[in-house]
Structure formats: C-alpha cells, structure tokens
Design a protein around this ligand. Structure first.
Ligand code: ZN
Length: 116
C-alpha cells in the first residue's frame, strides 16, 4: 500500500477506469478535431458569422479540443501517480481525496475546495 492507502486491487481497478476514460476522450478528441477542421475549411463569410456569434472567443470545437487535451494530460499524470504512489493525494494540501470524488473524476489531483 502506498501513502494513499489504496490496495493493489483498487489500484488495478482505477487503472482500468482511467484506461476506459482515456479511450472515450481520445474518440471525442478525434471528433472535435474533425469539427474544427470543418470550421477552418468553411467559407470566410460563414466563419465571420460564426465568430460574431461566439463573441470572437474560441470556437466551440477549439474549446472542446483544448479541454479534451487537458483531460488526456491529467489522465497521463494520474497513471504516473498510480505508479509512484501519489494517486488520490491532493497536490495542494497533501491530504487524501475522497473516493467519492475520485469515482466522479478519476484523474483529479486536488479537492474541490483546493482546485488548482
Ligand atoms: Zn486539498
């Protein structure tokens, strides 16, 4: 057992959850990138309207790609943390994160209130 108090069995289960989540996110990312590509290829008039609609901010697809890539990084880090025994430990305060929260966000690295 590491300092996070998780049994080997539990760690294996978490790895499976993370792997499954990783696959879903990778598929979503492919779709989002396709959408983004479609947007870039759209005729200029169309994209102007689109930008105006979204107040000039990043498009829905761009935001989605960025968000999904962040999730994948976090999952990668979670795998590393599983290996080095720091999985489930809040990076901000060093206390264990509740298993309820880890169930909802298996790749989280902090408490809700410590959110980095
Ligand atoms: Zn914390």
């Amino acid at each position: 057992m590491g300092k996070n108090g998780l049994s080997k069995k539990r760690l294996e289960a978490i790895k499976m959850i993370l792997t499954a989540r990783q696959q879903v996110i990778q598929e979503d990312l492919v779709q989002a990138k396709k959408g983004l590509l479609g947007e870039c290829l759209a005729e200029p008039n169309h994209s102007k309207t689109h930008i105006a609609d979204s107040n000039g901010g990043p498009s829905i697809y761009q935001a989605r790609v960025t968000n999904l890539e962040k999730c994948l990084w976090k999952i990668d880090e979670a795998f590393e943390n599983l290996e080095n025994g720091s999985y489930g430990i809040c990076k901000n305060c060093g206390d264990p994160i509740s298993s309820e929260r880890l169930k909802i966000v298996p790749f989280t690295q902090s408490h809700v209130e410590c959110k980095l």
